[in-house]
Design a binder for this molecule. Structure first.
Ligand code: CP
Length: 311
């Protein structure tokens, strides 16, 4: 049955801004767009004439490319700017850069930045373009949260009542923050675990249960998600060594014996094989890590469509 709910948002900065009905509409829309990517001719005219700018100040494989593929599959014109190719290297501020981009009349600016709050800052300064947060510092990565919801819903059906375990560097993970918000809104329960230096108790305010031992988070879980140690964001070494991290918090067969036998294995990528997850688990039968990437295109098609006023 088609949703009667109207999507009234112009920007996507945080999953906290979306209602359950909004989340549901994005997931339904993504499901309906997913088959376009399975066609031999992967293009529809839905966003013909629209202009999408990818403004990425941090490295990205999955997010940048899937936004570009999503826009192109919907016939929008896409342009990419990276930190090294933008005039911020000459001292221009982020706001000035975006105001100059807006002077060229794009419909959408998708921004990834190392500073938490950068996407919100841009949203407050643009007049006409929509803004999508493609990851801002340690704050949020809402489109990743949505593709994670979609992947779990595709495999498990209703999200309500599911047990989600997220293991790793919760403090620095914008993915964890968006996932906690998204999964709890949809009625799932989220337990997090990692080294004490990487699990702030504030995540309890987002709705997650904090477990000191990964075994407690993983017991009876329907989904086990591993997170990368974000070495690029660590000022001080918060763990003694990667080997020790792998021993105590790595996702391996022994730990997974505690989860449900059909528990999904997830990871937002990029993966550090042998650190946060054993290779045989990442490549094993319960892994949906590449399904997450496939669904990333569908979710981003849905977001471009809905945020630019699709009906
Ligand atoms: N999951 C994710 O954001 O990956 P990228 O950094 O490659 O975009």
């Amino acid at each position: 049955m088609e949703s009667e709910h109207l999507f009234k948002h112009k920007h996507l900065i945080s999953l906290a801004d979306l209602s359950v009905a909004d989340l549901d509409l994005v997931l339904q829309t993504a499901m309906s767009f997913k088959e376009i990517s399975a066609r031999s001719i992967k293009k529809v005219p839905t966003l013909r004439g629209r202009t999408v700018i990818n403004l990425f100040f941090e490295p990205s494989t999955r997010t940048r490319l899937s936004f570009e593929i999503a826009a192109k599959r919907m016939s929008a014109d896409t342009f990419n700017i990276s930190a090294s190719s933008s005039s911020t290297t000459k001292g221009e501020t982020l706001v000035d850069t975006v105001l100059n981009l807006e002077a060229m009349n794009p419909d959408m600016i998708i921004i990834r930045h190392s500073s938490s709050g950068a996407a919100n800052l841009i949203k407050r300064h643009v007049k006409n373009a929509s803004v999508i947060n493609a990851g801002d510092g340690t704050h949020e990565h809402p489109s990743q949260g949505l593709l994670d919801l979609m992947t779990v819903r595709e495999h498990k059906g209703d999200l309500a009542g599911l047990k989600i375990a997220i293991i790793g560097d919760i403090a620095h993970s914008r993915v964890a923050h968006s996932d906690i918000i998204g999964f709890t809104k949809m009625g799932a329960s989220v337990a997090v675990s990692g080294p004490a230096t990487m699990v702030p108790t504030e995540v309890e305010q987002l709705g997650a249960r904090v477990c000191l031992r990964p075994q407690d988070a993983v017991t009876d879980a329907d989904v086990v998600m591993a997170l990368r140690i974000q070495r690029e964001r660590l000022m001080d070494p918060l763990i003694p060594s990667l080997r020790e991290y792998a021993t105590f918090f790595g996702i391996n067969k022994k730990l997974l014996k505690l989860a449900k036998p059909d528990a999904l294995i997830m990871h937002p990528g990029p993966i550090n094989r042998g650190v946060e997850i054993d290779p045989d688990i990442a490549d094993g039968p319960n892994s949906v890590i590449l399904d997450q990437v496939t669904n990333g295109v569908a979710i981003r098609m849905a977001l471009l469509y809905l945020l630019m006023g699709g009906e």
